[in-house]
Design a protein around this ligand. Structure first.
Ligand SMILES: C[S@@+](CC[C@H](N)C(=O)[O-])C[C@H]1O[C@@H](n2cnc3c(N)ncnc32)[C@H](O)[C@@H]1O
Length: 228
């Protein structure tokens, strides 16, 4: 992965990171906050409609998804156990330079700082209703533990990191989703949709974020017994 990193403002005024070496952004250039809220908070977390949620994120990155989840938990009285894989942790000072708290929820600035500065590979209580386990590990080589209600699948694009979108990774995630569990991703490619279906997920193509991608994917694990 490239070690040069650039901060770029996206169309909703909220910045993201760009890796010139990979030619890849951490969020949509059409709107980082708009995308994160739509794909992960609205289409996954709210859709699961439970008060106690075990959540797995693929790619912790800037911590934007994690922090928006914490804000949602505070607002709706949810209890979240959040596990995130990240192979290339960001320097917390780079995360600070994105200035997310000032732009989104200044009163929750200390929580954003804690997300980045807390220890890796140990569960840490960031807030009374939000525990974070950051796993500094390569998802393609590390077993996944636990059973999750929601998966935020936020890897770099399949053209850039095909190994993250493999059948074996999706099968592992399927096995670690609770019945009725939900996985969302910003990527709506037919090839990815068919791969998810072939494993046993029920897959919906949903409208993408306003002004962003036309569609996104939501994959659910059926409640009853499955045969794939
Ligand atoms: C699209 S970005 C994630 C954005 C992030 N969810 C956010 O809110 O900022 C993809 C992330 O996956 C991480 N990543 C790349 N390869 C990985 C691997 N093999 N295992 C775990 N994480 C990986 C990258 O370092 C990057 O942070």
């Amino acid at each position: 992965m490239s070690d040069t990193i650039v901060i770029q403002t996206t169309d909703d005024g909220v910045p993201t990171l760009y890796l010139p070496g990979l030619d890849e952004h951490y969020h949509s250039t059409k709107g980082a906050l708009t995308e994160a809220r739509h794909v992960y908070i609205d289409m996954a977390l709210r859709a699961r409609d439970k008060r106690n949620i075990d959540l797995l994120e693929v790619g912790f990155g800037t911590g934007l998804n994690a922090w928006l989840t914490l804000l949602e938990a505070q607002e709706r009285g949810l209890h979240i156990r959040y596990t995130a894989f990240e192979l290339y942790p960001l320097d917390p000072e780079v995360a600070d330079r994105l200035d997310y708290p000032a732009r989104i929820a200044p009163q929750q600035s200390p929580a954003f700082a804690r997300l980045h500065r807390c220890e890796w590979d140990h569960p840490v209580e960031i807030a009374p209703n939000f525990t974070l386990l950051k796993r500094h590990a390569d998802l393609t080589r590390t077993p996944v533990d636990g059973l999750y209600d929601v998966v935020y699948f936020d890897a770099f694009a399949p053209e850039k990191q095909p190994e993250m979108w493999s059948e074996s990774i999706f099968r592992t995630l399927y096995d670690h989703l609770a019945p009725g569990g939900i996985l969302t991703t910003y990527c709506a490619k037919g090839e990815i949709r068919r791969r998810l279906q072939s494993i046993g997920f029920t897959v919906e193509r949903l409208p993408g974020p306003p002004h962003g991608k036309r569609e996104i994917l939501r994959a659910s694990k059926p409640n009853g017994p499955t045969h794939k």
